[in-house]
Design a protein around this ligand. Sequence first.
Ligand SMILES: C[S@@+](CC[C@H](N)C(=O)[O-])C[C@H]1O[C@@H](n2cnc3c(N)ncnc32)[C@H](O)[C@@H]1O
Length: 213
Amino acid sequence: MRDTLSFFHEFVRNPTATGAIAPSSRQLALAMVEALRPMQSGHVLVELGAGTGSFTRILRHTLPENPVVACEFNQVFARLLRRRHPDVEVIEGCASEIAVQLGRLSVERDRIAGIISGLPLLSLPEHKVRDILLAIAEVLPVNRSFVQFTYLPWLWRDLETPGLELEYRRWVWRNLPPATLLVFRKSADRDPILACPSRPDDALAEGSRQQCY
Ligand SMILES: C[S@@+](CC[C@H](N)C(=O)[O-])C[C@H]1O[C@@H](n2cnc3c(N)ncnc32)[C@H](O)[C@@H]1O
């Protein structure tokens, strides 16, 4: 209940970036995490837009042998995640910087097991969505999965996802509102890095969060 109130409060403060009025259900979280399998023990799970930790909790419980790096732009949520999950590496910043942030944490790309995302990509500015999707395709090893949920699956048809191929979708009814899970796989034939402008590490610094939107 406390998470729902906190979520609603953040939604009122910043509806487009928060993207939902309440945290995702346990059923959606379980389905999202299941879609990441199979994976090798010890490989790193990357979570984008972790919020109050609906997916983080399930990741830690069901895949205890895989370290989690969670990226969250909202300061209130990032603090909450750190307090609740001291064993999770929480990055307070924008998901579009994930490649640089993982580099700073010395996470090698071939050790990334998959990426799970609660980011409200359909409500963010177009240029930001493009940067985030390119960053995801940049860090994800070939043939590994990027799992996203959406309330409006038909709008995803118009979204370009360079380097990522939609493998399947699945409805999860037990969520408010019901959601669709989208499972993408990093394809081998296109290299999104070529299209992605590189950014020097020092451009990140402390200002990353404020510059996000
Ligand atoms: C719809 S909520 C999902 C939260 C949680 N994963 C869940 O399913 O309950 C979206 C989350 O993405 C975060 N967010 C939005 N834009 C972001 C960005 N550019 N980088 C990182 N996090 C972002 C919001 O602050 C919010 O916590």
